[in-house]
Design a protein around this ligand. Structure first.
Ligand code: G4P
Length: 536
């Protein structure tokens, strides 16, 4: 077979390939069941033949990278990766995002590469803080959001209560595509409002290891009253009627504009509700072509893409660095040349990988919508744009100024070089930011958005760079780059501020608390306090 790179790409084929892409992320609060749902989606996509327990998936992740043992110990997902699978002729890119609040920065970046999101809600807990934060990022981009209410095999809130909460807290209309019949021990299944049939929940079946063959029954079928009991059946009919009369009608255009969220109920643990969810999701979720106001048409024959995430040492035996690229137009072919806009140079995009469950596969070609992991000897930065033909601006990637700061103290001074290398690489990944304190012998200071990132930093420095450090946290809350006239000495003498230099040698001001921030704002009208470096 001839290599893919030499085959002609017809506009028809490009259109067809782009049309079957779905690229999405799951947003949720820790413990809502994201790991379980991800695993089950892979099971339904045929990427995992028999899903193990969540624990064994965590163990498998552990084998991929040694630093993830922290994730296993803590039961949180630190890294975000990309998983790909096919479902009913659709090619799905699932961006796996970390669930813990402290890693939200990475999650926000990952959302920039997604075209839609699945918001996972625990039926007992409803909308939780991390979900609200992530939803806001999606709504800023008017991204379509699908809601999956999980853990229906447990008792929780009433579905109408959850709908109301989502509508008031998140400000988005909700349209249930299916409707639950009971919950917890009395969970009987869901009513599909589109097909008007009931999908029955079988609690005696496999416990989520294999795909369930759901039994369905028409709503008018007299047998349903026997199954649900006369009272249960009457209640269901009443609820269906209420939804028809009082509920918002489904409107695909509104979904695509991020104004309406289709809602599904199920139980990821027992696999219930996954097939109906996937069936409608692939129909309703936008392909790259359906995304509103794209910076470039995905079916433009010329290739373009942008880097949204960099991760070093994913595999300890290779010590490699992977740059994750979202393709925004055209086709990628293995080892192709593309133009790196920031440096105005052409380079080979080598060793492309896609990720199926815990395995990596080399790819020959990929299309707009796909995510690729590129081998990166240190060429790329987050936000880089790559293209053939006319250059394309990268999608905007949200940036956040750090809120936690610590002095780095090296236990063995002879390992300075390794420390610098480690800090350099980890800051290029965007996990931390590195500063120096010019007035105190250029002491190294690290800044992070979440405090847990310091623990990750310590762990990774020790395991990946063989460097042991102590991190002495500093009592500052804000960091601001400076625009305008700035008298460094004046701020250096204050107790409520500290002056640092970033890696480009730009001055950055740490402020102890909200009072300090307001004080400088009000009393120094000549300087501008910026949350991002000037010019970015
Ligand atoms: P996360 O990635 O969002 O943090 O959540 P994760 O999938 O790890 O799930 C958190 C807990 O919720 C796990 O229980 C998991 O088994 C459970 N869970 C997920 N989906 C469902 C569901 O549909 N129904 C029920 N009843 N439970 C569900 P755990 O006790 O923390 O772990 P494990 O011992 O079950 O592995």
């Amino acid at each position: 077979m001839s290599p893919a790179s030499t085959t002609e790409l017809s506009p028809k084929k490009l259109k067809r390939e782009v049309a079957r892409r779905r690229t999405f992320a799951i947003i949720s609060h820790p413990d809502a069941g994201k790991t379980t749902l991800t695993e089950k989606l892979l099971l339904y996509g045929g990427a995992l033949h028999l899903a193990g327990s969540v624990k064994s998936r965590r163990a498998a992740k552990h084998a991929v990278s040694d630093w993830m043992e922290m994730e296993q110990q803590r039961g949180i997902s630190i890294t975000s990766s990309v998983l790909q699978f096919e479902y009913k002729k659709h090619f799905i890119n699932l961006l796996d995002t970390p669930g813990h609040a402290d890693f939200s920065e990475d999650t926000y970046r990952t959302l920039a590469a997604a075209d839609s999101a699945v918001m996972l809600v625990d039926v007992a807990k409803g909308v939780e803080p991390q979900t609200i934060k992530l939803f806001k990022v999606c709504s800023m981009r008017k991204m379509p959001v699908f809601t999956f209410v999980n853990k229906m095999d447990r008792y929780g809130r009433q579905p109408l209560e959850i709908i109301e909460e989502i509508e008031t807290v998140l400000g988005i209309g909700v349209v249930p595509i299916n409707w639950p019949i009971g919950m917890g021990k009395d969970f009987k299944g869901v009513y599909d409002r589109m097909t008007k049939e009931v999908i029955l929940f079988d609690s005696e079946g496999t416990h989520g290891e294999a795909i369930v063959d759901a039994k369905t029954i028409q709503i008018e079928d007299p047998k349903l009253a026997t199954i649900l009991g006369d009272k249960g059946y009457a209640k269901l009919l009443e609820e269906i009627e209420l939804l028809e009369i009082a509920g918002e009608p489904f409107d695909l255009e509104k979904v695509r504009n991020g104004e309406q969220s289709p809602m599904f109920f199920g139980s990821a643990m027992t696999n219930f509700g996954l097939a109906p969810f996937l069936k409608y999701f692939v129909e309703m979720a936008p392909s790259p072509e359906d995304v509103k106001n794209p910076p470039v048409s995905p079916t433009r024959p010329d290739f373009s893409g942008f880097i949204f995430k960099i991760q070093a040492n994913m595999n300890p035996s290779h010590r490699d660095r992977i740059a994750f690229m979202r393709i925004t137009s055209g086709r990628y072919t293995r080892d192709m040349q593309a133009h790196l806009l920031r440096e105005n140079r052409t380079m080979k995009l080598g060793y492309p990988q896609q990720f199926m469950a815990s395995e990596r596969e080399l790819v020959e070609e990929a299309y707009a919508g796909d995510i690729l992991g590129l081998y990166d000897p240190g060429y790329f930065k987050i936000g880089d744009s790559l293209s053939t033909g006319d250059p394309v601006e990268a999608r905007e990637i949200p940036r956040f100024s750090p809120e936690h700061f610590a002095v780095v103290e090296l236990k063995d001074p002879l390992r300075r070089k390794q420390l610098d290398k480690g800090l350099n690489q980890l800051s290029e990944e965007g996990a931390i930011q590195v500063f120096r304190q010019p007035h105190v012998g250029n002491q190294t200071i690290v800044g992070a958005v979440g405090i847990l990132q310091f623990e990750v930093l310590k762990h990774r420095l020790e395991h990946e760079y063989n460097v042991k450090v102590l991190l002495r946290t500093l009592g500052f809350k804000h960091a601001r780059w400076i625009g305008g006239e700035f008298d460094e000495a004046k701020f250096e003498r204050q107790d409520y501020t500290m002056v640092l230099k970033d890696r480009e040698d730009l001055p950055i001001l740490l402020l102890r608390n909200d009072w300090a921030l307001n004080f400088v704002r009000n009393n120094e009208p000549g300087i501008k306090l910026l949350t991002n470096p000037p010019g970015t």
